[in-house]
Design a protein around this ligand. Structure first.
Ligand SMILES: C[S@@+](CC[C@H](N)C(=O)[O-])C[C@H]1O[C@@H](n2cnc3c(N)ncnc32)[C@H](O)[C@@H]1O
Length: 351
């Protein structure tokens, strides 16, 4: 959390049902902040703080928007006039206009309205010279919690999620053996970003702990990566008998490959602390260079559990003198869990 002067309200999107976690985490980073709104199952949280919540440091926030204005009672007809009146004078120009709704059933019902409304607003902004084609300019967000209400805000493209509503939309590949394949492809996109081409290359090797039925392994083999799939359960579909896959029915907590691998992925359902320790062990010892893993959340004290597990993991790697990069996020496809990337950085060893 960087410090600024005047307190500002920030709008954070999150998975519906995780408002309390999102607020608790944001307040961990900004201890003197105040929660303005965090209604259960609303899919968003509003936080007033003199600091600036850092999207990249937060796990439960899908997007972090600086609020610039709002209208609480939009009329049924001519919503355009009060919205245009609520637009801030500064910043003067924006790179994009995003009309957004919460990720809830009510939000879905509003999306046909926002789709119809977006071109009208865009036209009005263009005529006023306030939209420009420069990727570094801030984006303008209009968030409609319901039909009557709009919150206006902005994000800086380099310090925020690059997807509307903070959600990367993906199509289910028909050949993949399970829907959880989308979780790993989302993790690659969201957690690795532009590093994907460097970090995921044909000819690399991987271990997939808790692989069955094979959705994660499928993401690896489609990139030409050789996979050792660890699970007592059966692999299915395109992954079963694939020449790049070796299936071993052994315990994922005990298994270690004969030679180090490039990648470790892990989707075993276990206590977060136990999985985090295992990941730190593989990365710390150089058994794998990179890991993506899920931490399944408990029913209570979710934020505390995750932060404790990640703090212990960091401690384990620090004590081993290993340099690493860690990014954690609750992805769109994550339900009661979060996804973490952990990779050895800059040669791996601290001097
Ligand atoms: C959520 S599923 C994995 C789904 C998989 N990622 C996919 O995309 O198809 C969890 C898997 O972990 C396996 N599992 C749980 N504990 C394990 C252990 N100790 N060793 C190996 N596999 C384990 C289960 O058998 C189960 O198939």
């Amino acid at each position: 959390m960087n410090s600024t002067h005047a307190p500002t309200t920030f709008l954070l999107y999150c998975r519906p049902g995780f408002e309390r976690d999102c607020a608790e985490e944001a307040q961990r980073h900004a201890p003197r902040s105040e929660i303005v709104e965090a209604t259960e199952n609303s899919g968003f949280v509003r936080l007033r703080t003199a600091g600036k919540p850092d999207y990249n440091a937060l796990i439960f926030a899908r997007q972090v928007i600086r609020e610039l204005g709002h209208v609480e009672t939009l009329p049924e007809r001519d919503r355009l006039t009060p919205i245009l009146a609520a637009l801030p004078v500064a910043p003067e120009k924006f790179s994009a206009l995003w009309l957004e709704t919460p990720d809830t059933n009510e939000g879905k019902e509003l999306s046909s309205f926002t789709r119809r409304f977006a071109p009208l607003l865009e036209e009005a902004l263009k005529s006023a010279g306030r939209l420009a084609e420069s990727a570094s300019l801030p984006r303008l967000h209009l968030f409609f919690p319901n039909r009557q209400r709009v919150i206006v805000g902005s994000t800086e493209p380099s310090k925020s999620a690059a997807w509307q509503m903070g959600i990367l939309r993906q199509k289910m590949p028909p050949e993949a053996p399970s829907r959880s394949t989308l979780k790993l492809s989302e993790a690659f996109e969201v957690l690795l970003g532009a590093d994907q081409t460097r970090l995921l290359r044909t000819g690399m090797t991987a271990v997939d702990l808790g692989a069955a039925p094979g959705g994660w392994s499928w993401q690896l083999i489609r990139r030409g990566i050789k996979v050792i799939a660890i699970d007592n359960g059966p692999l299915k579909g395109a992954v079963l008998g694939h020449p790049l896959v070796e299936h071993l029915r052994v315990d994922g907590f005990r298994y270690r490959p004969r030679r180090p691998v490039d990648w470790l992925v892990c989707d075993m359902i276990e206590r977060p602390q136990r999985v985090a320790t295992l990941m730190a062990d593989w990365i710390g010892s150089g058994t794998a260079q990179h890991a993506i893993f899920n931490l399944k959340l408990p029913m209570k004290k979710r934020v505390e559990t995750v932060y404790t597990a990640l703090a212990d993991l960091r401690k384990q790697l620090d004590e081993a003198g290993v340099r690493y990069r860690l990014v954690a996020r609750q992805l769109y496809h994550d339900r009661e869990e979060i996804t973490v990337y952990l990779g050895r950085a800059g040669g791996g060893r601290k001097k």
